[in-house]
Design a binder for this molecule. Structure first.
Ligand SMILES: *Cc1c(COP(=O)(O)O)cnc(C)c1O
Length: 486
């Protein structure tokens, strides 16, 4: 299988060629030249597979240049009850993404699909753990090494560190704003003692961290010599790994392929729900894909009006579902490419316009950039928005009615899911984090602490290993060079 860029000006490449990279050379995002299809017979056969075996079946359709035996070994090593062990009482870790019944409402069954049972208690582990194993495998084959350099304000950085810790040929340099993350998140990252993980606490805010990453990445000579790479949410392998749990959720919620289900997805960068779109394009009987946003409602605005308008820093809010605090949705271009019938020239024009004018308009109104908004419904997309007080009310209500404590991001999902129920169609809300990670808001909602999974009780008192640094690009480069020896 070959991968093409959404902007149409990069040569097609294989899965392994795009695995370690980010954007395509033309600034676009990679997608398969054609989506592989899943037949009804395949879906039937997949009903009895373990999660790891299902992941293998799905991945082999995309990673056609990795020998099947190797791919099977990689998925078997990744999707184990040991890695995804942080299940709630009564759940089976062997299911990897167990479903829970939340409620019957409006003639529909609402289920939660737990995606947050991995080492960092958030759904990013679902893909990142596989990425760690794929990277190590590919680098060993190429006799190469890679230094991952990024900035985080929470979930992505810790998921990357837990996926890459102890991996041969890989180092991680992760910047975070000094004393700005929650005690729990700081402890999660800084308590890692693995010699290949470097936590750098920058004396500044998240934007200072991101500026340092950009400055270092713009020094192409340094970047090449130090073998610098990233693992951000546009990475194609991350998207593919996420396709698996949509199929798993579908199969676990149904008994035959003439049943449909819908998904509601707490969304930020559109990475998670983009995987749902791909599963649907492959033929999985998904009815609706509902994007739930928080106060940062770029996506909700698009799916209601056809206008995509990115936000400035000053218009980007810090909310109590912080992993959805985005100013633009970095994976959205993948969906727009399909929406425009893969017209790469138009995609290129529209996303240039995002850079120069801050957005585009597909509403079809006079003077707009197109009328493809009318086709959005064909792709199943709907959306909604949830704000702080909705979040608190939903956490309380779900706790009272079902006894389950959900986290703030999942609460945004449940709030929006309830607005889009269809009688007779099961709605699966993706649980993107466990409540222990966002305890401050759980206390505000419930007046008590969220339960912590076993092993996390005293995480804040573990010894921490990190470097404090001013926002100084030259010092950062010297630190990297000293630790890579390159
Ligand atoms: C990253 C994240 C999201 C948003 O996912 P996208 O793929 O960026 O849309 C939602 N919830 C949690 C807990 C996250 O960590």
């Amino acid at each position: 299988m070959q991968y093409v860029s959404t902007r149409g000006q990069s040569a097609p490449q294989s899965f392994s060629e795009i695995l370690l990279g980010g954007l395509a050379p033309d600034g676009g995002l990679f997608l398969p030249a054609e989506y592989p299809r899943i037949s009804g017979a395949e879906l039937d056969a997949w009903r009895k597979l373990s999660y790891a075996d299902l992941a293998f079946e799905v991945l082999k359709k995309f990673a056609t240049d990795i020998p099947e035996a190797d791919l099977r070994a990689l998925t078997a090593k990744t999707y184990t009850a040991e890695v995804y062990r942080n299940v709630r009482a009564g759940e089976d870790a062997g299911q990897i993404t167990p479903l829970r019944r939340l409620e019957e409402r409006g003639g529909a069954t609402v289920l939660l699909q737990a995606l947050s049972n991995g080492p960092t208690l958030a759904f990013k582990d679902m893909a990142m753990q596989l990425l760690g194993n794929l990277f190590e495998y590919t680098l060993a084959k190429q006799h190469e090494e890679l230094n991952i350099f990024g900035a985080t304000s929470g979930d992505t950085g810790s998921a990357a560190e837990y996926a890459m810790r102890g991996k041969r040929g890989i180092r991680v340099f992760m910047l975070s704003p000094h004393k700005k993350m929650s005690a729990f998140q700081t402890a999660q990252m800084f308590s890692l003692q693995d010699p290949n993980i470097f936590n750098i606490a920058v004396e500044g805010v998240f934007d200072d961290c991101q500026d340092m990453v950009k400055a270092v990445s713009n020094d192409l000579e340094f970047k090449a010599r130090q073998k610098i790479g990233t693992v951000n949410s546009i990475n194609w392998a991350r998207v593919v790994a996420q396709v698996v749990y949509y199929i798993r959720g579908y199969l676990a919620a149904t008994t035959s392929n003439d049943q449909k289900v819908s998904f509601t997805v707490p969304s930020g960068n559109f990475g998670n729900i983009c995987a749902g779109h791909i599963a649907r394009m492959m033929g999985v009987p998904i009815d609706k894909l509902v994007a739930a946003t928080n106060e940062n409602d770029v996506l909700d605005e698009f799916f209601r009006t056809g206008v995509y308008r990115v936000r400035k820093s000053a218009e980007t809010y810090h909310t109590s579902s912080p992993s959805m605090d985005i100013s633009k949705a970095s994976n959205f271009e993948r969906f727009v490419f399909d929406l425009l019938d893969r017209d790469a020239d138009r995609v290129r024009q529209l996303f240039r316009k995002v850079e120069t004018e801050g957005g585009f308009d597909l509403s079809g109104r006079p003077g707009s950039d197109g009328d493809e908004f009318r086709k959005v419904a064909q792709y199943g997309f709907l959306s909604g928005k949830s704000v702080h007080r909705d979040r608190l009310a939903t956490i309380r209500d779900v706790r009272e009615s079902s006894g389950i404590t959900i986290d703030t991001h999942t609460a945004d999902g449940v709030k929006v899911a309830r607005e889009h129920l269809t009688p007779g169609v099961t709605m699966i809300v993706l649980e993107t984090a466990l409540p222990a990670k966002f305890n401050e808001t759980i206390r505000e909602a419930l007046g008590r602490d969220a339960e912590r999974p076993a092993g996390f009780e005293n995480i804040e008192s573990l010894p921490q290993r990190f470097e404090v640094m001013p926002p100084d690009v030259e010092r950062m480069k010297a630190f990297i060079a000293a630790n890579t020896g390159l």
